[in-house]
Design a protein around this ligand. Structure first.
Ligand SMILES: *[C@@H]1O[C@H](CO)[C@@H](O)[C@H](O)[C@H]1NC(C)=O
Ligand SMILES: *[C@@H]1O[C@H](CO)[C@@H](O)[C@H](O)[C@H]1NC(C)=O
Ligand SMILES: *[C@@H]1O[C@H](CO)[C@@H](O)[C@H](O)[C@H]1NC(C)=O
Length: 302
C-alpha cells in the first residue's frame, strides 16, 4: 500500500470573502450545535466508584448527582420537571442537588423550581448551596424555600449519617466556596462544623458546589483529623463554551470528570451540570449530564 499526500501548489484562502464566509459558517454551526446541546434530554452518566473499606452493606448504594439546574430566565418549569422525571427514572437511594439550583429572585422564579419537590429516593433528597443562590435573593429565603417548598434536606456545613443494615455512611455538605471571601451573616464554609456529627472512622462523602472549595477541603481535612472518600462538585459546567473554556480550564485544577487526590486517597467528581449559565449554549449535548453513581466496596470487589 502506498499513500501520498497531495501537496498544495497555492494557498487555499486567497479570497478574503471566502475566508470570511468560512469563518461565519463555522461560528454559526458551533452556536447552533450549542443551542441544540442544551435542548436535548440530559445525558445520564454512569459512574462506579470503588471506596476503600466501604461497609459491604453499602455496596451498590446509588447516588444521583444533579448540579447547576440554574432555574431562571431561560430554564422554566418544563425543563425542571424533565430533570425530575429523568432523576426519578433512575430509582436512586439518595439524590444530591449540589448547588446553583436557582438563578434569580424567589418571587420571580420560585414557582419554576417547584417540580423539584417531586424528586423521589429511598434514603433522602439532599441539597447544598452554590454561588448563584447568593447573587440575587437573600440567601436565607432560598434556604427556607428549599427546605419547606422543595422538601430538600439542606446540608450547609452539616452532616447526616445514613444507615443501611446497621452500618453507617456519612454524607456532609458545605456552604459554597463563595462565602470564603464574600461576607454573609451566618454563612462561611466550615469543614469542621460539617463533619462534627460524623464519627471519624466511617466512610464519608462530601458535597461542595465549587471544585475550588473541594481543593480547600482536601487541604483542611488532614489538619482536623478527618478523611473523605469522595467529594462531589459542579459549578464549572466543564467550561461550557469554547469562548470561555480556556479561562475556566486555567482557573480550575479540577474542571470536569473524575479525579483522585492520592495524598489522602480521596476521589473527586466534578459534574458539568445539567443546565447552563447565561446563554443557552454548551459545547456538547453530553455535557448536560445527570450522574448516576454506584459506590462499590473493595471488601466485596476484590
Ligand atoms: C419530605 O422528605 C421526607 C424525607 O426526607 C419524607 O419522609 C417526607 O414524606 C417528604 N414530604 C413530602 C411532603 O413529600
Ligand atoms: C467552624 O466551626 C467550628 C465548630 O462549630 C467552630 O468552632 C469554628 O469557630 C468555625 N470556624 C470558623 C472559621 O467559623
Ligand atoms: C468506629 O469507632 C467506634 C468507637 O471507637 C467503634 O465503636 C466503631 O465500631 C467504629 N466503626 C467502624 C466502622 O470502624
Amino acid at each position: 500500500m502506498h499513500f501520498s499526500i497531495p501537496i498544495l501548489k497555492s494557498a487555499i484562502f486567497t479570497s478574503t470573502t471566502l475566508h470570511t464566509i468560512i469563518a461565519i459558517v463555522a461560528a454559526l454551526a458551533l452556536v447552533i450545535e450549542g443551542f441544540i446541546s442544551v435542548e436535548v434530554r440530559p445525558t445520564i452518566k454512569n459512574l462506579n466508584i470503588l471506596i476503600t473499606n466501604l461497609p459491604p452493606e453499602f455496596h451498590g448504594f446509588s447516588i444521583v448527582l444533579v448540579t447547576d439546574i440554574h432555574t431562571g430566565a431561560s430554564v422554566g418549569k418544563g425543563k425542571v420537571a424533565e430533570v425530575v422525571k429523568v432523576v426519578n427514572s433512575l430509582d436512586p437511594d439518595i439524590i444530591t442537588v449540589v448547588g446553583d439550583l436557582t438563578d434569580g429572585y424567589k418571587g420571580y422564579i420560585g414557582d419554576r423550581a417547584k417540580p423539584l419537590k417531586d424528586l423521589k429516593s429511598r434514603y433522602g433528597n439532599f441539597g447544598t448551596l452554590g454561588n448563584h443562590e447568593y447573587f440575587y435573593e437573600n440567601i436565607d429565603n432560598w434556604v427556607k424555600f428549599y427546605k419547606e417548598d422543595l422538601n430538600l434536606t439542606m446540608l450547609i456545613n452539616d452532616g447526616v449519617i445514613l444507615e443501611r443494615n446497621g452500618k453507617q455512611l456519612c454524607l456532609a455538605g458545605l456552604d459554597d466556596f463563595y462565602t470564603e471571601d464574600a461576607k454573609f451573616d451566618g454563612h462561611k464554609m466550615n469543614v469542621t462544623k460539617a463533619l462534627q456529627s460524623c464519627p471519624k472512622n466511617i466512610s464519608t462523602i462530601i458535597l461542595e458546589h465549587q471544585p475550588k472549595g473541594a481543593a480547600k477541603i482536601l487541604e483542611e481535612l488532614p489538619k482536623i483529623g478527618y478523611h473523605a472518600d469522595l467529594i462531589l462538585s459542579g459549578h464549572t459546567h466543564g467550561g461550557q463554551m469554547y469562548a470561555v473554556y480556556p479561562m475556566v480550564r486555567l482557573a480550575n485544577k479540577y474542571l470536569y470528570g473524575h479525579y483522585i487526590y492520592k495524598e489522602t486517597n480521596t476521589q473527586i467528581y466534578v459534574s458539568s451540570g445539567v443546565n447552563y449559565w447565561g446563554p443557552p449554549v454548551k459545547m456538547m449535548a453530553s455535557m448536560c449530564e445527570i450522574v448516576y453513581i454506584r459506590i462499590l466496596s473493595d471488601l466485596v470487589v476484590k
